[in-house]
Design a protein around this ligand. Structure first.
Ligand SMILES: [Mg+2]
Length: 296
């Protein structure tokens, strides 16, 4: 079974997973394995995803880890996976391991003061109910609101945040359904680099993401792993493969599971660079019927 039949890079990557003793499957959460919901605490994975991830983990041949902008502890109740997979939260600032151990990078005083000022601004424009407070960052969400409302909220928030970010050298990052203020020295790409430092060079690595912040991970994974864009609609991306959720996502995970169940292991598998074939990906996707999606 193939997902995009004309994209040989995906096929060859899964062959590497099949032949390797260990592999790494990295996943963003919101918009990637879970459809967006106005209430982010009810954004559960697409049906079938949790079961496939559980089976992949049980093979003992794939390290499954989430890299998310959410707080790390937000995910276990939503995932309902046992054991809890490794979770890198708040863009890599937090690390929650399967054994329950937890690490968090410290936030310096200047950043804390800037975030406090940014929070006061959100209060002053009466948008506190849309704010999400995390370790070392502050986000404002507008998911579920009209385009006009989202535009007005974004404008008001940035009016106060831009000078604060400028003074404190913080970054303002837009994501699908909101905006976030946080230090520039910590990103999902940093989490990826930390994970890669812990795995054998020959281990196949894939990262699945949907949003603009995931593009940094795609850039960091260039020439090292498979970069998979998961979203209902195409957009410009550095990714190698585009999957429409949930059908093609489930198919990908199912193929991964099949690859890790194989008994024809080889001693080693040399690196096989994944080459981007975006034209083929687009063409292949256009040939397929859009997957039924409850993404929004
Ligand atoms: Mg996402």
């Amino acid at each position: 079974m193939t997902i995009a039949s004309s994209n040989m890079s995906l096929h060859s990557f899964l062959r590497r997973v099949e032949r390797s003793r260990s592999s790494v499957l990295l996943l963003d959460y919101d918009g990637t394995i879970a459809p967006f919901r106005p209430d982010r605490f009810r954004a559960f994975p697409y049906p079938g995803v949790t079961e496939l991830l559980c089976e992949i983990m049980e093979t003992g041949r794939t390290r499954v880890a989430f890299v998310t902008g959410r707080r790390a502890h937000d995910l276990p109740p939503l995932l309902d996976l046992t054991p809890v997979p490794e979770i890198w939260g708040t863009h890599g600032r937090e690390r929650l391991n399967s054994d329950g151990s937890y690490q968090r990078q410290a936030v310096d005083k200047e950043t804390l003061e800037a975030l406090y000022q940014a929070d006061l601004w959100v209060d002053s424009i009466q948008l506190h109910h849309l704010a999400e407070h995390k370790s070392g960052s502050l986000a404002v969400h507008w998911r579920g609101l009209s385009d006009k409302e989202a535009y007005e909220i974004r404008h008001k928030v940035l009016l106060g945040w831009l000078p604060i970010a400028d003074r404190a050298c913080l970054t303002i990052e837009h994501f699908d359904g909101g905006v976030e203020l946080r230090p520039a020295d910590c990103s999902k790409a940093d989490a990826l680099r930390a994970i890669l430092a812990e795995v054998p060079l020959e281990a196949p690595v894939a990262y699945l993401g949907d949003d603009e912040p995931d593009e940094r991970v795609f850039d960091a994974l260039r020439d090292r792993g498979l970069r998979v864009l998961v979203r209902p609609h195409w957009r410009a991306t550095a990714a190698d493969v585009w999957l429409r959720p949930p059908a093609q996502l489930l198919e990908f995970l199912s193929d991964w599971l099949d690859a890790t169940r194989t008994t024809s292991l080889e001693q080693s598998c040399g690196p096989s660079p994944v080459t981007a074939r975006k034209e083929d990906m687009v063409r292949a996707s256009e040939m397929n019927e859009p997957a039924a999606s409850d993404a929004r």
